[in-house]
Ligand binder design. Sequence first.
Ligand SMILES: [Fe+2]
Length: 241
Amino acid sequence: MTSRRPAMGMADFHTHIIPGIDDGSRSAEMSLEMIKTSVEYGAGAIVLTPHFYATHDNPKHFFEKREKCMKTLASAGAGKLIPIRYGAEVAFFDGIAETDELKKLRISGTKNILIEMPFHPWPQRVADEIMALNRNRDYQIILAHIERFFDYFKPETFDMFLSQGILMQSNAEFFIDQRTRKKALKLLEEGKIHILGSDCHNMTTRKPNLGEACEIISGRLGDGVIEEMVKRSHLLLKKVI
Ligand SMILES: [Fe+2]
């Protein structure tokens, strides 16, 4: 009997696995459990993306804290289980496009930056600033859990972002939840969702669940769709800087 793993090597682009840095994992033990679960369902790499809020943190403090918490995770042996990259889930802030230190918040070795947009209707200046940042060749923007923002932007803004090459990450939950599954599958088929993340925070209410979403996608759209997403996820992690 073959033990096919549903995620088929896909990288999880959005996780809160670093212990003690944000509202995610509380301990190295919990982090290891989260990583082991990800390995079991076949994740091929994990991107660690703790929250960064410019309103009450600064990059220097964030890096120091991330370094310290990463060491705890590394000494628990996390890196032996799966390839790990680190980055941040950067909450949008005014002036983001002109902030040079933003470079340090990119996913390690890449130009990709995961940005969490505001949870209220976006004024035009917000969309304009994202477009300005996107024109900067030092960045490839990935918008985090895009499904949470559909009430806050106009369809034309979404289309414009897509046409300019901004990438869309959706959470596994968007596919798992029966109330949103149809919409998630439609957007994926239309090429409007590019990568997945579990956005896992713990082992109970928000556990690693990429495998469950991949099973649903394979079942409805076929393995080919997953294979394509796996390929894309690794291309995006290819070191370029
Ligand atoms: Fe998150």
